[in-house]
Design a protein around this ligand. Structure first.
Ligand code: XMP
Ligand code: MG
Length: 175
């Protein structure tokens, strides 16, 4: 049985406003440079597609897909790369775009792995963060919203593959 969605946590209008603001900051911060946006599949594809249209400097896009080893919905910190970048990132300005940071283990692994490829710079943009669940300290330069420790869906973020198409972000209804 598919769990029902509960209350709206972040309405579509607020998401759009925040994404615009993040895009403006990125445009200012990287002025005069080229940027490579790295979307983490699959959840980040929606925020990435809105964000890129708010960025007014030359930018390219690439994707990675990762999966956390281990059972259940909690991240183990051991990350398997299911799809690697097509691009060589050495000497380039790279911005990782993620849907949500939970424990921080996935991004901290990805950060280490991409830094080893010697980019000119590497920063993180995450639409959502659950600070209550953080296990490792991770610097997120471009952060959208903080959400409580509930399972969220919508705007690219799924439950069992579904709900990515919702325009707002919701909490799943607790059973
Ligand atoms: P960590 O714990 O490594 O995990 O920061 C980040 C990844 O976990 C997924 N995640 C969620 N996915 N609703 C989801 O659909 C959630 O509430 C949620 N919390 C974490 C997400 O894929 C992220 O990439
Ligand atoms: Mg994800």
């Amino acid at each position: 049985m598919m769990p029902e969605i509960g209350p709206v946590l972040v309405p579509a209008g607020e998401i759009q406003r925040k994404v615009r603001e993040l895009g403006e900051r990125i445009t200012r911060d990287y002025a005069g440079q080229n940027l490579l946006l790295v979307g983490i599949l699959r959840g980040a594809f929606v925020v990435l597609s809105d964000l890129i249209r708010q960025i007014e400097i030359p930018c390219e896009v690439d994707f990675m897909e990762v999966s956390s080893y281990g059972a259940g919905t909690t991240s183990s910190g051991v990350v398997r790369i299911l799809k690697d970048l097509e691009e060589d990132i050495s000497g380039r300005h790279v911005l990782i775009v993620e849907d949500i940071i939970d424990t921080g283990l996935t991004l901290s692994y990805l950060r280490r792995s991409l830094l080893a490829r010697k980019p000119a710079s590497l920063e993180i943009c995450a639409l959502l963060s659950k600070p209550a669940r953080r296990q490792v300290d991770i610097q997120v330069r471009y952060q959208g919203f903080e959400v409580p420790d509930v399972f969220v869906v919508g705007y690219g973020i799924d439950y069992a593959g579904f709900y990515r198409n919702l325009r707002d972000i919701y909490a799943l209804k607790q059973p």
